[in-house]
Design a binder for this molecule. Structure first.
Ligand code: G3I
Length: 364
């Protein structure tokens, strides 16, 4: 089925929804098949312990997803204690849930400018003890999930917000702008010879200078022999993103020949600005479709995983920014929305329109 037909199907689902709920009520849910069964690559979702304790969340996630990323409880903010000790209880619970649900584990994040826990800050200025603690932390984290973790965001958001150079951070100031990144990848590789090691960043779709600086950083790391073996495109986009922009971004990242992780996809309605809700929801569905199509067009060895950053709208981090945002595939009750239809169509997992239009139009 070509892209236009897929988009037509999605548009029909939305149009039907709009007809049946002309009032600005919740979107009419669509029906989709199990996404994980339809995808020839891992489909990921992020999770917190509070999510896996919810049987409805667990059932829906295990139905549609084959990879799980701890949303925050495997990060320094939770793991590293003020005395420098570590606590892994919640990360372990999330890893155990993934195993039980036959989901791959993807881990985020080892080194991130946004997190500088007290345990590290208090270390003395001497590079030796700070460096030793840095290595010890990475070794402990990566070693603990060796054999289960398919990959790690080793360095997260290294490029400056505006793309002019790299971010400042505790890690850069103590261990060197480039060296702290080289060191993180090398220590992670020593702790797990098999995990795919990612450089992960966001707004690569919307800030050309940022994408360019990211690509030059990748080149510098690779040329220095640093074991960067995957590239993560977080993909926190909004419904105003022009068609084709996302595709061009993924194509640009794919030029290195490394595995690509669409690592944190959500499509904000609110961040898109003013617009008729239904029209924004149609754009949102179209962007989910475009993201999936762009990913599916990659060579199979480069299709590491396609991860959405939350299961139900109510689970999204964006709710803290604006409670009316509905950026994800499933509504607050866990019902698939048009956004899910957008993602399902390229996978051939979009079901209801065939029943609406008879078998001759069955989504393939
Ligand atoms: O659940 C606790 C709650 O019990 C406690 O009272 C409250 C106050 O301390 O904290 C709550 O945990 C918060 C958690 O989100 C769940 O809401 C953490 O403080 C908060 O730091 C955490 O934020 C996460 C954030 O990364 C920082 O780790 C978000 O969930 C998560 O979506 C967000 O994800 C990031 C990616 O890692 C990188 N890309 C951007 C993305 C969105 O910011």
């Amino acid at each position: 089925m070509n892209v236009l037909d897929r988009r037509t199907l999605i548009g029909a689902a939305l149009a039907l929804g709009a007809c049946e709920s002309a009032a600005q009520g919740p979107p009419v849910p669509v029906e989709i098949g199990p996404l994980r069964a339809a995808a020839p690559f891992p489909l990921g979702v992020c999770a917190q312990v509070s999510h896996i304790e919810d049987p409805e969340w667990a059932r829906l996630a295990a139905t549609h997803f084959s990879q799980l990323t701890p949303e925050w409880e495997m990060k320094m903010e939770y793991v590293v204690q003020p005395d420098g000790g570590f606590r892994f209880d919640r990360a372990d619970r999330l890893a155990a849930f993934a195993r039980a649900a036959r989901m791959r584990l993807y881990c985020t994040t080892l080194i991130w400018y946004a997190q500088r826990p007290e345990g590290f800050e208090k270390l003395d200025e001497s590079r030796t003890s700070f460096g030793r603690a840095y290595d010890n932390y990475i070794t402990a984290m990566v070693g603990r999930y060796r054999g289960q973790a398919a990959g790690w965001d080793v360095v997260n958001e290294a490029v400056a917000e505006d793309g002019r150079g790299w971010r400042e951070s505790l890690w850069a100031s103590r261990l060197g702008d480039f060296d702290h990144m080289r060191r993180a990848f090398e220590v992670a590789r020593a702790a797990d010879p098999d995990a795919v090691l990612f450089l992960n960043d966001y707004n690569l779709e919307t800030i050309p200078r940022k994408l360019d600086t990211f690509q030059r950083l990748v080149e510098r790391l690779l040329n220095a022999g640093v074991p960067v073996t995957g590239l993560g495109c977080q993909s926190h986009i909004d419904a105003s993103l022009p068609s084709g922009t996302y595709t061009r971004t993924i194509q640009a990242l794919a030029r290195f020949g490394l595995p690509i992780h669409v690592s944190e996809l959500d499509v904000s309605i609110v961040r898109a600005g003013r617009g008729q809700r239904r029209a924004l929801e149609e754009r949102q569905a179209g962007l989910y479709a475009e993201a999936m199509e762009a990913f599916m067009e990659l060579p199979a060895p480069q299709r590491f995983a396609f991860t959405v950053w939350g299961l139900r709208d109510r689970d999204s981090w964006l709710k803290r920014e604006n409670a009316s945002d509905t950026p994800l595939l499933f509504d607050d009750l866990g019902r698939a929305k048009a956004a899910a239809a957008g993602l399902a169509a390229p996978l051939g997992a979009l079901q209801p329109l065939a029943s609406l239009y008879g078998n001759e139009n069955r989504a393939t």
